[in-house]
Design a protein around this ligand. Structure first.
Ligand SMILES: Nc1nc2c(c(=O)[nH]1)N[C@H]1C(S)=C(S)[C@@H](COP(=O)(O)O)O[C@H]1N2
Ligand SMILES: [Mo]
Length: 381
């Protein structure tokens, strides 16, 4: 039996247990993490429980983890970031050199492109994330544009390739992502050395990870050890065929020709319930509904909630923190008039006028799931 089989069985066992009560021992999988939904034990793929996603900053101990390859062992004394390719002046930078650049703080939401994949029908292969492959953190480090400027990136460079220190194993290739220059040069694109005010934890990319605000998680390369300015997009697996999305999504289940797929960039508009949990029971009285909403490179302007399955909607209140690339948490004090079974929904609207659909656009890899979430709860008299 393969590891994948084992962990899928564990996941099923988890899902069958009381909501959000992982089976005994699950907490021990990764030291420093709260109970998580364990999709894979090695390399770790860990999903946050939605009940922990009700704060504006997601603490490291409840932040999701996704990695295709075993985590590299970094010896910080000999560690160097090499910067090369189409540059006038190759660099080899220590952690101290990176700290000598001006440091900027960027609050930004990191979401795996496959978050929500388990809700698509027909199903597709890939990690069957529910809704917790997301978190919001404060990232701090030098701007990528300052590093590229110091290296004298040539005007002919249209991309920069970011290579993580993790290396290919068996059929799983080396993790390399190409980011277009216009995004590399954005003032909020940084090489984070810190997450939530502390040095980056190993599992989230120590000592340096790329922050590509508003773009899908696969762009946020962990353990960056090499940056190469290039004329052409890297041709590796993680640029093609992985992390591509149909230019015009078609009917569910329909294959899409490779030439009709584009590299994923900005994310969809989306919202979710942190509370209440689906299937929960409540006493008649005020019940706090809460969650978060985000919209890739756009801002959230509004979140509406419904307690009648989407027939009528009322605005939720949004967190005062309002940063372009960070989610906004939302709250709503709901006072049901009478006992019953209720279908609660939440729906976000962003600054580009996008809102969430009732049905997410099906695509062969199961990316960008953003249908309006529905949560059924029972109110008892
Ligand atoms: N070097 C490296 N970086 C990586 C990955 C990886 O496998 N290797 N996975 C990517 C993917 S698909 C996601 S969703 C995010 C997850 O970041 P996290 O583990 O800090 O939550 O890291 C990205 N960066
Ligand atoms: Mo991802």
């Amino acid at each position: 039996m393969t590891r994948a089989h084992l962990s899928r069985r564990r996941l099923v066992a988890l899902a069958a247990a009381a909501p959000f009560a992982p089976a005994a021992g699950q907490q021990l999988v990764v030291p420093g993490k709260k109970p998580m939904i364990v999709h894979n034990e090695f390399p770790e793929d860990l999903e946050s429980l939605p009940e922990y996603l009700d704060t504006w900053i997601t603490p490291v101990d409840s932040f999701f983890v996704r990695q295709h390859l075993p985590r590299p062992k970094i010896d910080i004394r000999s560690w160097r970031l090499s910067v090369g390719g189409r540059v006038g002046n190759r660099l080899s930078l220590s952690l101290g050199d990176l700290k000598a650049f001006p440091q900027v703080t960027v609050p930004a939401t990191l979401e795996c492109a496959g978050n929500g994949r388990s809700h698509f029908r027909p199903r597709m292969p890939g990690l069957q994330w529910n809704k917790g492959a997301i978190g919001n953190a404060e990232w701090r480090g030098p701007r990528v544009r300052d590093i590229l400027a110091k290296a004298g990136a040539l005007p002919s460079a249209a991309f920069a390739d970011f290579d993580g220190a993790d290396v290919g194993v068996a059929k799983t290739p080396d993790f390399i992502r190409s980011i277009p220059m216009r995004k590399c040069l954005h003032e909020a694109t940084i090489l984070a050395l810190e997450m939530n005010g502390a040095p980056l934890p190993d599992i989230h990319g120590f000592p340096a990870r790329l922050i590509v605000p508003g773009w899908d998680g696969a762009s946020w390369v962990k353990w960056v050890s090499r940056i190469d300015a290039t004329e052409q997009m890297h041709g590796g697996f993680y640029m093609n065929p992985a992390y591509r999305y149909p230019r015009n999504p078609g009917p569910p289940g329909q294959p899409v020709k490779p030439e009709d797929l584009d590299v994923l960039e900005g994310m969809a508009v989306k919202s979710f319930f942190a509370r209440p949990a689906s299937g929960s029971r409540h006493k008649l009285g005020a019940i706090t509904l809460s969650g978060a909403a985000w919209a890739g490179e756009n801002r959230i302007v509004r979140v509406d909630v419904s307690s009648d399955g989407g027939a009528t909607w009322r605005p939720a209140s949004l967190s005062r923190q309002d940063y372009r690339f960070a989610w906004r948490t939302w709250q709503f004090e709901w006072k049901p008039a009478r006992p019953g079974y209720y279908t609660l929904c939440c729906r976000a609207l962003d600054s580009a006028g996008r809102t969430q659909p009732l049905e997410a656009a099906w695509n062969p890899s199961g990316y960008l799931y953003n249908a309006v979430e529905r949560v059924g709860v029972t109110v008892e008299g």
